[in-house]
Design a binder for this molecule. Structure first.
Ligand code: CMX
Length: 140
């Protein structure tokens, strides 16, 4: 198992609107846009920081996992996402190595990526996402 790169850093927020000025204004990061991710019950905002993106995650439903996270732990760092190739094979490898996967099958994520999460109890408290970009031209 070898990841290609850090793809993005996910940050749980109550309101994207409230935090946009910090990332875009104070830090001067390029705002790349908003996207609804119905499968995850979140709305996301992406900011470009070199080769990595900052992903702000705002829950769209009260039963969103991000809503639960905010209730329990407050706003802040939510997950790290790593780019991989052949995500199904990577999921199988991690499972075979004894790690607990939240997703045994890839799910659709933002930016047309296929995603799967490792349970934070298997990754020393850091929720870890694998993501595989599609071949669509909009992908960076
Ligand atoms: N990072 C680290 N630990 C986390 C966590 C996170 N983001 N979210 C939950 N946990 C911890 C909890 O604190 C809890 O730990 P303790 O037992 O020590 O208190 C434990 O995991 C279980 O958490 P829980 O509150 O009982 O919540 P659930 O079991 O219902 O769900 C999790 C936890 C990680 C399985 C769930 O949040 C999940 O499936 N996450 C993956 C999907 C996701 O996060 N989607 C949003 C992002 C989508 C995107 O990027 O597009």
């Amino acid at each position: 198992m070898s990841v290609k790169s850090l793809n993005h850093i996910g940050i749980a927020v109550r309101s994207i609107d409230d935090q946009k000025s910090f990332y875009e204004g104070a830090l001067g990061l390029e705002f790349e846009g908003l996207e609804d991710v119905p499968s995850q019950k979140v709305r996301v905002a992406f900011f470009r920081a070199g080769d990595v993106r900052i992903e702000l995650l705002e829950p769209t439903e009260p039963d969103s996992t991000v809503a639960k996270f905010l209730e329990k732990r407050g706003e802040g760092l939510h997950h790290l996402a790593f780019t991989v190739e052949d995500i199904r094979a990577r999921i199988a490898e991690l499972r075979e190595s004894g790690l607990r996967m939240i997703d045994d099958e890839p799910r659709p994520g933002s930016h047309h990526m296929q995603i799967a999460f490792v349970h934070p109890k298997s990754s020393f408290g850091v929720l870890t996402e694998l993501c595989e970009p599609s071949n669509e031209p909009s992908q960076a």
